[in-house]
Design a binder for this molecule. Sequence first.
Ligand SMILES: NC(=O)c1ccc[n+]([C@@H]2O[C@H](COP(=O)([O-])OP(=O)(O)OC[C@H]3O[C@@H](n4cnc5c(N)ncnc54)[C@H](OP(=O)(O)O)[C@@H]3O)[C@@H](O)[C@H]2O)c1
Length: 285
Amino acid sequence: MTTIASKHVLVTGGASGLGRGLALRCAALGATVSVLDLNEAGAEEAAATAAAQGAGTAAGYGCDVGDREQVVDVAGRVREAAGPVDILVNNAGVVSGRALLELTDEQIEQTFRVNTLALFWVTRAFLPAMIERAGGHIVVVASAAGLIGTPRETDYAASKHAAVGFTEALRLELRRSAPTLRTTTVCPFYIDTGMFAGVKTRFPRLLPILREDDVVEAIIDAVHFDKPMVVLPWMVRTLPAMRLLPVSAFDRLAELFGLAAAMNEFRGRDATASPSAFGSVGAPV
Ligand SMILES: NC(=O)c1ccc[n+]([C@@H]2O[C@H](COP(=O)([O-])OP(=O)(O)OC[C@H]3O[C@@H](n4cnc5c(N)ncnc54)[C@H](OP(=O)(O)O)[C@@H]3O)[C@@H](O)[C@H]2O)c1
């Protein structure tokens, strides 16, 4: 069991959405929180709100987690300000939402820089101190797209499959070399943060658009109880069984569940004026 109170929690991509929610929740539980984000003002605002609400202290840092040198530099400043990190939440992520031939080369590279390569730079910056102290928990916010590929997500799904593979390999590596350390891979279906504004689900009872607060609580619970995997909602957990079907039958099921058309009206965060602008949940696709 990992307690969060009085621990040092670092959250990447903590200026908005899930990361901000996690930073605030961890601070409320009494953690010292460090927030990293491309958006420095947003990171500072999230940290100030977290500190105001929580028992611990919080600080925000501007950092492009896809940039190795920036990560090394900020890791030094974080350690100096708040000591070694106990719970690392690799949460920063980006999505393009375009079909393969509509993606720019830069979008493809950026998706892998943030969703995949950043996991290496950030984890390698904080893992040695965890090993040295024989304690720590590494959370990787991947996605259900790390378990199944759907249209308009070639770059995103590939980067999130890599995130799932990264965390699984790391888990098994640490099992041998640092057995007191813990990892959690998080694979949620779409969440109402605005990152995927415009997506639709055909069967909202089976595959609901998740509420940010519920995903935050599920991650907190996973850290508390050392759960290695969080897959939400439960329907997504049936994927391994569905993969026993012939590929053509699996593809027909994916079509039936509306997954092939879920991104048809994707707008993404840039076009999100407010949470209410989120795509109509449950509309048939
Ligand atoms: N929303 C969903 O439906 C969903 C579903 C499954 C998994 N996820 C995953 O959950 C995580 C959080 O997503 P979210 O929905 O909370 O999205 P979000 O609200 O857009 O938050 C992502 C945060 O990451 C930051 N970021 C982007 N690029 C960065 C970089 N290079 N360096 C540092 N920070 C960077 C963003 O900053 P800027 O705003 O300044 O760009 C933003 O604050 C992501 O990894 C996402 O892939 C989301």
